[in-house]
Each structure stands twice: as structure tokens, then as C-alpha cells.
Write a protein of this length. Structure first.
Lengths: 92, 654
């Protein structure tokens, strides 16, 4: 694995269960700067997908969800957003 | 290419001549680089022009052009190309940069490219360099932001970087106009060298493109390693990093989260208590008295209408509304935590815990939402790509203790454990977490033994100072939702409960609206089920009927009790008054003297059984009727078993 390129090593670290940047840095043995740049690049080329996770649903009491549709998280999302990056497999 | 030759190509790309243009035949030098690296500032420093610059991405949306005369003699035609991270465009800005560097004929390309690289984010800046080298382009790196990197304890050695990446590197500081002479000398020297020969045809696609990129990153990694020195004495961590050392630590992180939540509940119950008492006195005093007088005045005093309005709507809905300050304070505190960024840390801590016990990592999101309200939490299971994960999480969500249950916890705690309401609520939320973990493990060990999980990275935002506007808005949204519940489904439930309490049970004396509540259809129905709860210590029709009504919504437990006991609240602003006395007496009389054990059993049952009909509807919509029925049966069974265990064990200990 040490002969593999940084992008491959970062993907391998994620596959192995590294769930945040610090763990990817530790698993890939790359510098944080290179890991950050690699993640950015993997996002650009579509090997990672990015989504904001809304944690700010209104706790309005069961049976009284204020979401207009009664389903899903009502907006606005409160506070800084947690971002999830998910590995996307290339088509065979 | 020389200045006049490139004019049509650049002019077609909206090139504003932002200053004096270079004399004909001057070498064309292009400034490129990622957005926000100081490229336009450097352009202004070199040409004396005044392009619009700022510290946000995408500032440069056009091609700037000006004359650069470093020594008063030699002159270069300097282009300021739009911000671009690479030559594989994702935006019109990047497409324009690629168009001018790659897609034009070789003889129309700039004579030299200066890549402006941010020393603080060196790896990201060097990708363009790697691509340009492969294209056979004369390249020089202008290293900016060295001061920013230094503040983070990072020093970049231009000489070492040059040796590693194979192009000249010059440190510049365009804001202080330093390094310009060195850059000019380096550009001059580079222009004197022949254009590198290459057979490279440009970036590829698919797997080939990934391999190219990986090769570029290998070069970048070696260059960063060779050129970057981190000061071991310098704590390069940001404010967020320092807090996260505790907030995300394996052991301290979860403990901190629990401590924060205890504080939230403690503050909520302590601050809300006097306000709650005042509202209680208001509804049971002036509002009830006023309504009675009005009904008397219109000739409806003493009729079933008075029973419906005063003992039903005002007692039931009014009792629930006394919890408004409590809910508002808790919503505000949670909004502050969300707005500060702390809740994102709680999510990461939860995610780790879930993965550690083999539950799907991404399920933390609906489960956290569930602590607010189970209905959107069920819908939020859609973030889970695997159907089995969705079903599993949908079955677990009802065990997350929603805010509706909080009202009952606080009422019971204030009756039986006065002064310790915050801690009682905290314990129940911990029990809720244990339910989620325990039932999750149970289901994973039985129904879904083989369940994979997709890799997932959680990227945390930095902490920020909460804003009053957002906190107020979110709090109001949630308070409004609580009021809608009180004004909607609870009103309907109160009327239904009142009607059932007004109808005499078969074989009992009385008429509609004139029957003791214990002789009503309501009590008779609950009495048939009550024996089921005797092993749990609360086998009374009063407790059972409240749990039955709680199927509709948990807030209805409070309103129904208020109707059942049909008591007027005293003006005491700090105690639950006569309702509390009645509930206390009921539990004491039917628990064999083990009141506390029976109360805890009741609270645990209330926590674990079906949350409300809206949650059931959401479950049916997401996972179908079969799993919904399975969920109801599972929750009732688990709730009953644990409640019985709590009472049986508790009654022997206390």
C-alpha cells in the first residue's frame, strides 16, 4: 500500500473504517495537507459524494411535527452543518 | 506567443485591460492558481492596476491584463486568469482557464505560467503545477501566504520545494509588495529556457484520469514532505481543534455530551418551575373562574357544557400549556448547542458508538432527530441507503425519547422527586439510549446478523458563536409546533376523553355528563386492561387510561390525567398541587408501598412503548404495515418486560 498513490491510500483508509480526517491521516501516513487536498480532489472527480446532514429538526412533540409535510426534517437547519463524505464506487 | 497574437483569444473572453497594456511583442505571462490564493493581489502589485480583489473564491471572473515592467526596461504582458484548481474544469471560470492554457494551439499559449500557490494549503495549490509540467509548459511557482502558514507553525522552504517539484519557486508577499524582484528575475530566467517537449495529450478520463491524478498527488506528496517544516513547539490547532480534543475524545467525548445534556435538563427544569407554576395558577384560577362565570351568565352553568369547557378543555389543554416555558427553555438551549456547532460533535460521538457496537453508522442522524420528534426521525431514515438499515433504524427510533415524553417526565418527577427533576429526566434519556443500543444489538443478533456498512467520513464544521436571530427563530419554530399540538390533536383528544368520561359504563348508574368518572366507559375500558400492569406496580385504571390515551400523543397523558382527576389546581406556584396529590395517592395505594419503584416502572414503560399515532403512520409509510405491527408488538413487549423488571427489582431494593 505504501507504493500506492495518495488518492488510493486515502480511499483505502476510508474503506478500512477511518471516519474522520485525523484517522485518515494516521491510516494513510500522509500529511494532513495532502489528505485534505486528496479529499477535495476525490470530491471533484466524484469518487466521494458530499451531503450536509441536518441535525436541526424541530423537536415539536410526537404527533405535532411542525414540518409542513409531516415528514423529513423541517427547515431551517440550525447551526453549522455536519458534512458526510461517502465513497462512490466507479462503474465496472 | 507574443502580446498582439494573443489579443483576439483573450479579448473574446471579456478581457478588461485593467491598466496599461504591454508593448507589442512582449512575452505573455499568465497568473493561474486556485481561488483565494492572492492571485489578483499579486497581479495588482506587479502591474499597478486595481482589479477588484477580495478574500472570497471566484473574485476573478474575467481575464485581467496589464503590463508588467519589473525593471523599467523589459515588459511582460501579464494575464490574470480566473481562479482554477486544476485543468479539468468544473466551472466556467476553470473552463476559461483551461481554454487559454490547453485548448488553444500551442503557439497561442502563454509563454510562461506563474502558478500562485498558497503556502498554507500547499498540496491543493500544487495540483495545477503537476498538470502544467505534464503539458510541457514553462512554469514558475509564486509562493504566497507564508505568513498565514507561519501562524499555523508551518514553514515552506522554496528551495526545497523547487528541488522536489522541478520548477523554480519564489516566495512573494503581494500585500507588502515583497518578492516581486525575485519573481521577475526568475521569470526572466525561465523564459530564456526552451519550452519543455512533451508527448502528453492532456488529462484523460475515467480510470486513466484517476491514475493520472494519483501520480500527480504522489509528486505533490513528495514535494510537500520535502519542503514543509512544522514547528513542533507551535500548537497549530485552532480553537475548534482544542475544544474537540475533549469533545471528540473516545471516553471524555461521550462523558462530556452526557454532562452537557444533564446541564440542559437541570437548567430547563430549574428555570421553568416558577413560570410553570404561575401558568398553572393562571389556568386553574382566573381562566377557569372566568369561564365558569361566563357559562353561568349564559345559563350553561352546571351543565355538561361546563364540564367540557372547564374540566375538559381548560383543565386538559391548560395543564399542557403550563409546560410551554419548560419546552421553550429546552428548545432554546438545544438551539444554542446546534448553532454553536456542538451538536455536530455529539453526532460524531454517537456515530462512533454505533459503529463500535456494529450498528449502521449513518443511523445516528435519524436517532438524534428522534430525541426531538420521532415523526421526522422516521422520515430521516431515508438517508440510509440499505433497506435493512432503514428497517432496523425505523424500529429503533421510537425508543429515542422525544420531547413530548419530556412533559410527562417532568410532571412525574415534580410529584415524586421534587427538586431532582433535571436528574430524573437525564436518567430517562440515558435509559432511552440504553434501549436503542440494547434493542439494536438484539435485532442485529437475531434478524440481521450479516449487515454491512458503507464507509463514511464526517467532516466537522468549526465552532461558532451562536446568533440570537437563528436561536430565536429555531426556538419559535419549535414552540409553535408544540402549540399546534396543544391546539390540534390534544384538543381533539381532550374532547374524546371527556365524552368517554361522560358516558356511563354499561350497568352503572348515571346519565350523559352526570356520572362519576370511575363509573364511565373510559374507566371501565381501562379497568379491563389494568391488571396487565399489576406486576409493574401501576395496575390502576387511572394509569392505564393515561397510557391508552398516550397512544395518540404523549402530551395527552397529562391532559387526560388532569381531566380524570378533575381537580382545580391551587395557586401554589411551585408544586403540582392537587393533581399531584391524586397521582401520588394512586401510585402509593396500588404499588404495595413501593411507590418509587412503581413510578420508575411507569416512566420506563412510557418511554419505551409506542410513541404516538403519527409515528406509526410514518413507520407504515416508510417500512410498511408488517414491520409497523412488528414494531408495536416489540415495543409493547419490551416496555412491559422492562417495566416489570424495574418494579420487581426496585420493590425488593427499596
Amino acid at each position: 500500500m505504501s507504493d500506492a498513490g495518495p488518492l488510493t491510500r486515502v480511499l483505502a483508509a476510508i474503506d478500512a473504517g477511518a471516519g474522520d480526517r485525523d484517522r485518515i491521516v494516521a491510516a494513510s501516513r500522509l500529511s494532513r495537507d495532502v489528505v485534505d487536498a486528496s479529499l477535495d480532489h476525490l470530491l471533484r472527480i466524484g469518487r466521494l459524494s458530499q451531503e450536509s446532514l441536518a441535525l436541526g429538526c424541530p423537536p415539536t412533540g410526537c404527533g405535532g411535527c411542525s414540518s409542513p409535510t409531516g415528514q423529513g426534517c423541517a427547515r431551517p437547519v440550525s447551526g453549522p452543518t455536519l458534512v458526510a463524505l461517502t465513497v462512490r464506487r466507479p462503474h465496472a | 506567443m507574443s502580446a498582439p497574437e494573443q489579443q483576439p483569444a483573450v479579448a473574446s473572453c471579456h478581457s478588461p485591460a485593467t491598466g496599461r497594456t504591454a508593448v507589442e511583442g512582449s512575452s505573455v505571462v499568465a497568473l493561474v492558481g486556485a481561488p483565494n490564493v492572492g492571485k489578483s493581489t499579486l497581479f495588482n502589485a506587479l502591474t499597478g492596476a486595481h482589479r477588484d480583489v477580495g478574500n472570497w473564491p471566484g473574485t476573478t471572473v474575467e481575464v485581467g491584463r496589464g503590463a508588467w515592467s519589473p525593471d523599467g526596461g523589459t515588459e511582460y504582458d501579464l494575464l490574470d486568469l480566473p481562479g482554477a484548481y486544476s485543468l479539468d474544469p468544473l466551472s466556467p471560470d476553470e473552463a476559461l482557464t483551461r481554454g487559454l492554457l490547453v485548448d488553444v494551439p500551442v503557439d497561442e499559449r502563454p509563454d510562461l505560467v506563474v502558478v500562485v500557490a498558497d503556502a498554507g494549503r500547499l498540496a491543493r495549490s500544487l495540483y495545477m503545477v503537476a498538470q502544467l509540467l505534464e503539458l510541457g509548459q514553462r512554469t514558475v511557482v509564486a509562493l504566497t501566504m507564508a505568513d498565514v502558514a507561519a501562524r499555523r507553525g508551518v514553514t515552506v522552504d522554496p528551495r526545497a520545494l523547487s528541488g522536489a517539484i522541478g520548477v523554480p519557486v519564489v516566495a512573494v508577499d503581494p500585500r507588502r509588495r515583497s518578492g516581486a524582484a525575485a519573481l521577475a528575475a526568475t521569470v526572466s530566467a525561465a523564459l530564456a529556457t526552451p519550452v519543455p517537449v512533451t508527448s502528453y495529450a492532456g488529462p484523460g478520463a475515467g480510470a486513466e484520469s484517476f491514475a493520472d491524478a494519483d501520480r500527480h498527488f504522489a509528486l505533490i506528496s513528495r514535494a510537500v514532505e520535502a519542503a514543509t517544516v512544522e514547528d513542533p513547539e507551535h500548537d497549530g490547532r485552532t480553537f475548534s481543534d482544542r475544544i474537540d480534543r475533549v469533545a471528540l475524545a473516545p471516553v471524555l467525548g461521550p462523558l462530556s455530551f452526557l454532562a452537557v445534556m444533564w446541564l440542559v435538563f437541570q437548567l430547563t427544569t430549574t428555570i421553568a418551575a416558577p413560570l410553570q407554576g404561575a401558568l398553572d395558577a393562571f389556568f386553574s384560577g382566573p381562566v377557569s373562574t372566568g369561564a365558569t362565570r361566563i357559562l353561568d351568565a349564559v345559563g350553561l352553568g352546571g351543565t355538561w357544557v361546563q364540564g367540557l369547557v372547564v374540566d375538559g378543555l381548560i383543565a386538559g389543554v391548560g395543564m399542557l400549556l403550563t409546560f410551554l416555558p419548560l419546552m421553550a427553555i429546552m428548545f432554546a438551549l438545544l438551539a444554542l448547542l446546534e448553532d454553536s456547532g456542538y451538536m455536530a460533535r455529539a453526532a460524531v460521538v454517537t456515530d462512533r458508538a454505533m459503529r463500535a457496537i456494529g450498528l449502521p453508522g449513518r443511523a445516528f442522524l435519524p436517532l438524534i432527530v428522534g430525541f426531538g420528534c420521532n415523526v421526522p426521525a422516521i422520515a430521516a431514515t431515508r438517508v440510509l441507503p440499505d433497506a435493512r438499515h432503514r428497517i432496523l433504524t425505523t424500529l429503533l427510533v421510537p425508543f429515542t425519547s422525544c420531547s413530548a415524553r419530556l412533559t410527562v417526565y417532568v410532571l412525574m418527577a415534580s410529584i415524586f422527586f421534587p427538586g431532582r427533576s433535571g436528574t430524573v429526566v437525564f436518567v430517562l434519556y440515558c435509559v432511552s439510549i440504553l434501549f436503542v443500543i440494547g434493542v439494536g444489538l438484539l435485532l442485529r443478533g437475531t434478524l440481521w446478523r450479516a449487515m454491512g456498512d458503507e464507509p463514511l467520513i464526517l467532516d466537522l464544521p468549526p465552532y461558532q458563536r451562536p446568533t440570537a436571530r437563528l436561536t430565536t427563530m429555531v426556538t419559535w419554530l419549535r414552540v409553535r409546533g408544540f402549540l399546534r399540538t396543544a391546539g390540534g390533536i390534544i384538543v381533539v383528544t381532550v374532547i374524546a376523553v371527556w365524552a368517554l368520561q361522560a358516558i356511563p359504563a354499561p350497568g352503572r348508574a348515571g346519565s350523559f355528563g352526570d356520572v362519576p368518572v370511575q363509573d364511565s366507559v373510559y374507566a371501565a375500558t381501562a379497568s379491563r386492561i389494568a391488571p396487565v400492569f399489576e406486576p409493574a406496580g401501576f395496575g390502576t385504571w387511572t394509569a392505564t387510561s393515561a397510557l391508552l390515551v398516550g397512544f395518540v400523543a404523549k402530551e395527552a397523558v397529562i391532559s387526560s390525567w388532569s381531566q380524570t382527576y378533575a381537580t382545580a389546581e391551587p395557586d401554589d406556584a411551585s408544586s403540582p398541587g392537587a393533581l399531584g396529590d391524586a397521582v401520588r395517592a394512586d401510585f402509593a395505594a396500588n404499588s404495595g408501598g413501593h411507590t418509587s419503584a412503581a413510578v420508575w416502572a411507569f416512566l420506563v414503560f412510557l418511554l419505551a412503548y409506542t410513541p404516538c399515532v403519527a409515528t406509526l403512520a410514518a413507520q407504515r409509510r416508510e417500512v410498511g404495515l408488517r414491520w409497523t405491527v412488528f414494531g408495536i408488538a416489540m415495543q409493547l413487549t419490551i416496555a412491559w418486560l422492562v417495566a416489570v423488571a424495574v418494579f420487581q427489582i426496585g420493590s425488593r431494593l427499596v
